[in-house]
Ligand binder design. Structure first.
Ligand SMILES: C[S@@+](CC[C@H](N)C(=O)[O-])C[C@H]1O[C@@H](n2cnc3c(N)ncnc32)[C@H](O)[C@@H]1O
Length: 265
């Protein structure tokens, strides 16, 4: 490798990123995640809520839809569901496409809701600007509450547990709480430093029964691909290989996004 090739590969930005990754192994950065997400609302398309590689985001969305379909398809017409931390409304809209007879309450910070209303408006979706830890609806419990990456994004654990408590209270009897969330305790992958076992313990003490424990996005490949420049067939093949490895190695343990489904008894 010539000096020029090395210099091109290891630009100051690339070196900075590498150092940041290495530090993440040992140091957990705590910061106000609300401000972080409010700022991200203006990022392009789904980079506002997922990663910079839009093709990777689309691949993830397809798998997410496959995961969610059975739960939303079977609901009675006019059932009301909650998409907590709905971001720019991609999943809220996905739910209306899976089952057009549902009503979706979709909650997030005002900055995200403003984008959602322009990009993913549907008559069945009621967008609500509110923090998850302050959102509580007393009348008419929800048939399903979904957190697609929201709860794990609340780094303040007190606020996170407040949001979890409201979820358990707002859920109808026999209702489902579905989480597709990167719950981790390991510094390197943790957003909120809160593992799936913490979530399971939290809800076990509140009478919710764990029905499914799985995962999606093999984390080493997610790290490799989600913010990369890979595209097209190369990206698709690598993504699929990652998910195959996940199935072989253990769907929950090796997943970045944990899937947890609870039923309220
Ligand atoms: C990873 S993004 C996922 C967005 C969306 N659910 C999706 O799948 O496209 C996490 C979302 O949670 C929202 N969020 C984080 N903390 C929140 C809080 N305290 N209250 C409400 N929303 C919050 C962020 O604004 C962001 O939209």
């Amino acid at each position: 490798m010539s000096y020029i090739t090395v210099a091109k590969k290891y630009t100051p930005k690339a070196v900075k990123q590498l150092v940041a990754r290495f530090r993440k192994l040992f140091v957990y950065y705590d910061y106000d995640s609300s401000q972080y997400w409010k700022k991200r609302a203006s990022d392009p398309d789904q980079a506002a809520v997922l990663w910079t590689n839009q093709a990777y985001n689309s691949l993830y969305r397809q798998d997410q839809q496959t995961t969610l379909e059975p739960y939303f398809k079977q609901l009675a017409p006019q059932a009301t569901v909650l998409d907590i931390g709905c971001g720019i409304g991609v999943v809220a809209r996905m739910i209306t496409q899976i089952n057009p007879n549902l009503k979706v309450d979709a909650v997030d910070f005002p900055e995200m809701i403003a984008v959602a209303k322009t990009k993913n408006a549907e008559t069945q979706i009621n967008y609500i600007a509110c923090e998850a830890e302050n959102y509580y609806r007393e009348q008419q419990p929800y048939a399903v509450i979904l957190s697609s990456g929201c709860y794990s994004a609340i780094r303040d654990i007190k606020k996170l547990e407040q949001a979890l408590q409201y979820a358990s209270q707002m859920l109808a009897k026999d209702g489902l709480l579905i989480m597709i969330d990167p719950f981790h305790r390991w510094n390197y992958l943790a957003r909120a430093k809160y593992g799936s076992q913490d979530v399971i313990n939290y809800f076990a003490s509140r009478g919710l029964v764990l029905e499914k424990k799985s995962g999606i996005l093999f984390w080493p490949f997610r790290e490799w691909l989600a913010n990369s420049k890979h595209t097209g067939e190369t990206l698709r093949k690598r993504y699929l290989l990652g998910e195959k490895l996940l199935a072989v190695l253990g769907k929950h343990f090796w997943a970045d996004y944990k899937i947890l489904v609870f039923r309220k008894g």
